[in-house]
Design a protein around this ligand. Structure first.
Ligand SMILES: *Cc1c(COP(=O)(O)O)cnc(C)c1O
Length: 370
């Protein structure tokens, strides 16, 4: 049986049918209907955030919150990480802003706050860091820099659903945070996403920008798009949210087994456990040090594939090595470059069994045992 890198969590068929029954009765299919509102309130509670606006996907949520902050087409620069999914950088660029890549920390792969200040110019308008793999950025150091230099901070929290730091929802940090509810994420609404924020004035703007900039029937004052979450996706979210704690616990059990099997192996670096963080076990990323492990990341990737196990080189290449960004006159980011060449994201999802984790680890360690 093949093992893929991820497998979407789903409710039972009966559960979902029960949840969409009301939609067939009221014909309210989209435009922030009752199921949208139900999910919105449950999510605000679960994520422990004061405000939350839902979107058709995480990418549009990020694109629109950047616009809602008044940064679109300002010609400004945005400091961000090259070690992310390309959506982060595209959201910046598609707003007419210039991404400036800052290197990451070698231990948790998040943006290195000590390298941010050197990249700030009089054109810098914001910092867009990523809580990569669900590991959180140094939110305190980033906030201090942003305050001092008067910059907005928008977190890409696509990986960080349900993560808490010092007992606060991770969406409470920064001016706003974007969560992705894509099928492959810890929590899904098939496709979907949200922005969390505290500034009351952002609420109206987000609401209108995801609906063509329409304020009232006869009044349109902003150039918005269409990025609303519909009722059927919201219903999927309502069902999946009921089971989220079990899903995260099951991921945790798989992570625990991976750690047992891999933590003492020479040449393998595992993710760090961050202090004061309640984790969500979103991804299981492993770094292979060829000189010590005896094989490269690509060797391991290929051997897994031959054994019907599909890991992912996530994230490779680094964003500033991609064709559409490599000419963008960026600072060098050697740590991100190195990690992107050594990292492999192993299968991780709620249904992954301990036996499957063992099978994966057996294949990874084959050459060590032979
Ligand atoms: C998934 C993801 C996104 C985009 O979210 P979608 O819901 O797929 O649009 C953005 N950033 C990161 C880091 C992601 O992993």
């Amino acid at each position: 049986m093949s093992i893929f890198v991820t497998r979407s969590s789903m409710p039972s068929y009966e559960d979902y049918i029960k949840e969409i029954k009301s939609i067939f009765e009221n014909h309210h299919l989209t435009n922030m209907g009752p199921v949208y509102k139900k999910l919105q309130h449950s999510l605000m509670e679960y994520l422990d955030v004061p405000q939350l606006s839902m979107f058709v996907n995480g990418h549009m949520a990020l694109e629109i919150v950047i616009q809602a902050m008044g940064l679109r087409d300002s010609g400004g620069e945005v400091i961000t990480t090259p070690f992310t999914f390309v959506s982060t950088t595209h959201a910046i660029t598609r707003n007419g802003l210039k991404p400036v890549f800052c290197d990451i920390k070698p231990d948790d792969y998040t943006i290195d706050p000590e390298k941010i200040e050197a990249l700030i110019t009089d054109k810098t308008v914001a910092i867009v860091p990523v809580h990569v793999y669900g590991s959180i950025c140094d939110v305190e150091a980033i906030e201090a820099i942003a305050k001092k230099r008067n910059l907005k901070v928008i977190y890409d929290a696509a990986h960080a659903f349900g993560v808490k730091y010092k007992d606060r929802g991770i969406g409470c940090y920064g001016d706003a945070a974007m969560f992705s509810f894509h099928a492959t994420k810890v929590f899904n609404t098939i496709e979907g996403g949200a922005v969390t924020f505290s500034d009351e004035s952002l609420r109206k703007s987000l609401h209108s920008l995801k609906n063509f900039g329409i304020k009232t029937e006869e009044y349109v004052d902003e150039i918005g798009g269409n990025a609303k979450m519909d009722e059927f996706r919201a219903a999927m979210g309502v069902c999946n949210l009921k089971n989220i704690d079990n899903c995260i616990a099951a991921r945790g059990a798989a992570v625990h087994r991976y750690n047992e099997r891999l933590s003492s192996v020479k040449g393998i670096q595992l993710m760090t456990v961050q202090p004061d963080v309640t984790p969500n076990y979103a991804y299981y990323a492993v770094l292979f040090e060829p000189s010590k492990f005896g094989e490269t990341r690509d060797d391991v990737y290929e051997r897994l594939k031959t054994n019907d196990i599909f890991a992912r080189k996530y994230f490779y290449p680094a964003i500033n090595e991609m064709d559409c960004y490599k000419n963008s006159n960026n600072e060098e980011t050697p740590i991100a470059a190195e990690i992107s060449r050594k990292v492999l994201t192993l299968p991780m999802y709620a249904d992954l069994t301990i036996e499957e984790v063992d099978r994966i680890c057996d294949v990874i360690l084959t050459h060590k045992n032979s």
